[in-house]
Unconditional design. Structure first.
Length: 356
């Protein structure tokens, strides 16, 4: 009786203990059954001794006992709840399936949203393209806009100057370039036209500041702006710099190096598609409309920028030049002062392709 009570208490403790530890029901039942088995073993120990057997009786008793114990063991094992890997697999599969379905639904949603964004982007692009056809970029816009704020093109140019950190190497109004790496720009407007400044920014090899030969040869001024700046930015920046005309400033004189001024005329600009995106790798042709005129061509770079060098002499002044690329074309009249042997002879032409 004492052993039964102890076993009962033990069973209760094991049941609640394993429950508190988070074991599943099946295990709780199993632990209690083990306590029960322990109780049975103690009962067996208390049982009166079996009379001694010998001969074939002993053999039968031994085999009988073996069969009884085996039967109990196997029967008990069968009666107990079984662990079936397939059942578990199925459960896991079910869980995963629900998650996967949820994930797929989310993915689908994201895809739909992305498609909507794309459609909107296309819409705004076509709208921009339409707006562009209504209002082609004015030759010298006085009012421009930056982030919705109206400002003059000179103010915008100052903003671009700050944005691209030209002040790291240049000084304007005594500010910037602590390391004196590049020339002071306060009087640059007295030497260079908007067009020339644009070219210098887009191609630093185009000209150099007198006294800065060394720096020029080493390519100190970065040759990256043609890939970074939009045409609007370059134009605004150049327009701003062209207003800097302080004769007391020590801005060095620019010296043109790229081409022999008297023998050439450079046509340069950007090619864009109807949405305003630069078109790379398109062949641009410039044809002087004159007997014996030499046509020339160039291919646009990644920024849609091209540069064509035409052989044109002093007597070619006033020649009409046709610039074309992929169906789009524009004409201009080559104007320059034949007596001026310093200023670069050039004209910029931006082309818009009908379809990309
Ligand atoms: C890492 C230094 C560096 C940066 C940044 C830099 N430049 Fe320069 N720049 C120079 C040097 C050096 C020269 C002189 C050598 C030469 O002309 O190539 C120069 C020359 C010039 C000249 C010719 C000046 C003259 O008197 O003839 C102009 C114009 C100019 N830079 C404009 C700009 C603008 C605009 C920017 C910003 C978009 C800029 N630079 C950014 C180093 C720099």
């Amino acid at each position: 009786m004492r052993k039964f009570i102890v076993s009962l208490i033990l069973a209760v403790v094991v049941w609640f203990g394993s429950g508190a530890l988070g074991f599943p029901h099946v295990f709780q039942v199993m632990f209690v059954v083990y306590v029960g088995l322990g109780f049975l073993v103690f009962l067996l120990l208390d049982a009166p001794p079996v009379p001694q057997l010998s001969g074939w009786k002993a053999l039968v008793a031994l085999v009988g006992f073996y069969l009884l114990i085996s039967g109990l063991y196997i029967g008990g094992a069968i009666a107990l709840p079984q662990y079936d890997p397939n059942v578990e697999k199925e459960k896991i599969a079910k869980l995963l399936e629900r998650r996967r379905a949820r994930f797929l639904a989310k993915e689908h949603e994201v895809e739909e949203l992305l498609q909507k964004v794309k459609a909107l982007e296309e819409k705004t692009q076509t709208l921009f393209a339409k707006l562009n056809t209504f209002a082609p970029a004015p030759v010298s816009p006085v009012e421009v806009e930056s982030q919705g704020r109206p400002m003059t093109i000179v103010e915008r140019g100052k903003e671009v100057y700050e944005l691209y950190e030209c002040y790291n190497c240049h000084k304007i109004g005594g500010k910037g370039s602590v390391k004196k790496r590049g020339p002071v720009l306060d009087n640059i407007g007295s030497f260079l036209t908007v067009e020339d400044i644009k070219r210098k920014i887009l191609d630093p090899a185009y000209l150099y500041a007198e006294g800065f030969e060394e720096e020029h040869k080493k390519g100190r001024m970065p040759d990256k702006y043609k890939d970074l700046m939009t045409d609007e930015e370059v134009t605004a920046l150049a327009t701003y710099l062209s207003t800097l005309k302080d004769p007391t400033a020590k801005t060095p004189r620019p010296i043109f190096v790229k081409t022999d001024v008297q023998h050439g005329f450079t046509v340069f600009g950007h090619v864009r598609d109807a949405t305003g995106k630069p078109v790379a790798g398109v062949k641009v042709k410039a044809v002087p409309k004159k007997k014996g005129g030499h046509a020339a061509s160039a291919t646009t770079n990644e920024a849609g920028y091209y540069e064509i060098f035409l052989h044109m002499h002093n007597e070619d002044v006033g020649t009409t030049v046709v610039v074309s690329a992929d169906g789009a074309s524009q004409e201009f009249v080559a104007q320059f002062d034949p007596a001026d042997k310093v200023t670069k002879r050039q004209h910029s032409v931006d082309l818009v392709l009908r379809q990309s």
